[in-house]
Design a protein around this ligand. Structure first.
Ligand code: UD1
Length: 391
């Protein structure tokens, strides 16, 4: 059996690392070997957004890089389809495995099905219900086309069933991100926050001495177009962060390239750079981010993956979004996060309430570090079932 898996952007890398390891483990223990080809679409290409994750997580060099790069959605989606089609035709895999909800997920599912390949989607069934999010469109298309839907939680199973998906296409395997978290937790523990700051600080910041003891600082990340592309919204958020949140507790902020660009465009960059208790970092590596999260008193983020990691680590999390495709991480389901959107009054209220208390770590069902092995088993079983049907 030949599996071709596809990654494109940063949140894909921590999901593919354990999957590739599980394929190797399968091959060590079974006579019927799985051939594996890794395709990187090249949507993320900076060392800090891509290569550093391959190195830190032991992901093999991609066999093929489509070098799509940045650009409009149409350009990324279209160019990925054009380039991926050549690879599917020349390599002729039995299965194409797509992960998460980035542009590669959509493009490659379409091309794989056009060429009659079996498609498995890791992290299937997540729904925010917000069709304005590019990721929601990516999820809907990828799930509609996939033969095997590998879900991280039971809410995702219910979402798929409500859309009329037959039971035999759905396999509840747990959350593969947590495999990576568990495999790297020990290494992250050995890092010091002061080191993480000094190794990653954005250049040209004045000295910003802060207390780096665990729970003495908060961490934030923000990159969604809905938060950073509109000047009024970004200005409101930044005012709260610069004049209220950072007065209460210093914030460490690994900044996404898109956000940095927007702050410069709207003339806020210099003020952010010189703020004494807002520490700006370049995009950080996997272990550094895990260490920051482990030590944080509070997380403010619009990232989906961080919501999940906060849930398992027990870091109180304000999710800077109006909805989430990951409701299992919310307080009402026992998790650590709460939706606050980008309304500053709501953020303020939850920020001060949250900073006053701790959250408990919560491990949803099958978020046990063993998901990748279950995924390989599910694909092998689906492949054998298909061979029986076509024989
Ligand atoms: C993508 C994903 C999003 C994910 C995020 C994590 C889609 C639709 N979105 O959004 O779901 O949460 O990745 O980072 O696929 N840039 C660089 N260097 C890079 C990559 C990007 O400087 O290596 C800059 C470019 O200016 C680019 C901008 O960041 O225009 C945005 O990158 P893009 O790949 O379009 O989307 P993300 O916002 O990163």
């Amino acid at each position: 059996m030949h599996i071709m898996s596809v990654v494109g952007a940063r949140p894909n890398f921590m999901k593919i690392a354990p999957f590739i390891r599980a394929i190797h483990q399968y091959n060590d223990n079974h006579p019927d070997k799985i051939e594996h080809t890794l395709v990187h679409t090249g949507q993320h290409y900076d060392k800090r957004m891509s290569e550093s994750f391959f190195q830190a997580l032991g992901i093999p060099e991609p066999d093929i890089n489509l070098q799509i790069g940045s650009g409009s959605h149409g350009l990324q989606l279209g160019n990925t389809m054009i380039e991926f089609e050549k690879v599917v035709v020349s390599h002729d895999p039995d299965w194409v495995v797509i992960v998460g909800d980035v542009n590669a997920t959509l493009s490659c599912s379409v091309i794989a099905k056009r060429h009659k390949k079996q498609v498995a989607h890791i992290e299937a069934g997540l729904r925010s219900g917000d069709i304005k999010m590019p990721e929601e469109i990516n999820r809907l298309v990828a799930d509609r086309l996939s033969d095997l839907l590998l879900t991280p939680d039971r809410i995702s199973n219910a979402n798929l069933k409500a859309e009329g998906v037959a039971d035999d296409r759905i396999s509840f395997v747990g959350n593969i991100m947590i495999d990576t978290l568990e495999a790297n937790r020990e290494k992250a523990t050995t890092l010091s926050i002061a080191e993480v700051i000094s190794n990653n600080a954005v250049a040209d910041q004045p000295e910003k001495p802060i207390d780096t003891a665990d729970r003495a600082f908060g961490v934030m990340t923000m990159h969604r177009p809905s938060n950073v592309d509109n000047e009024e919204i970004l200005t409101g958020l930044m005012e709260f962060l610069l004049t209220e949140a950072t007065v209460e507790i210093p914030l460490i902020w690994p900044i996404h390239p898109r956000t940095r660009k927007q702050l410069m465009k709207f003339g806020m960059w210099e003020r952010v750079l010189s703020h004494p208790t807002l520490i700006l970092l370049e995009p950080v590596g996997y272990h550094d981010m895990l260490r920051l999260n482990m030590g944080a008193k509070i997380m403010l983020t619009d990232s989906g993956g961080l919501q999940e990691e906060c849930c398992v680590l027990g870091t109180p999390c304000l999710t800077l979004r109006w909805n989430t495709e990951r409701p299992v991480t919310l307080r009402e389901h026992g998790g650590a996060s709460v939706l606050v959107g980008n309304n500053v009054n709501q953020i303020r209220e939850e920020f001060f309430a949250t900073i006053a208390k701790d959250a408990e770590p919560k491990r949803p069902e099958l978020w046990d570090g063993q998901t990748a092995g279950r995924i390989v088993q599910a694909i092998v079983a689906a492949h054998k079932a298909k061979e029986l049907v076509t024989a």
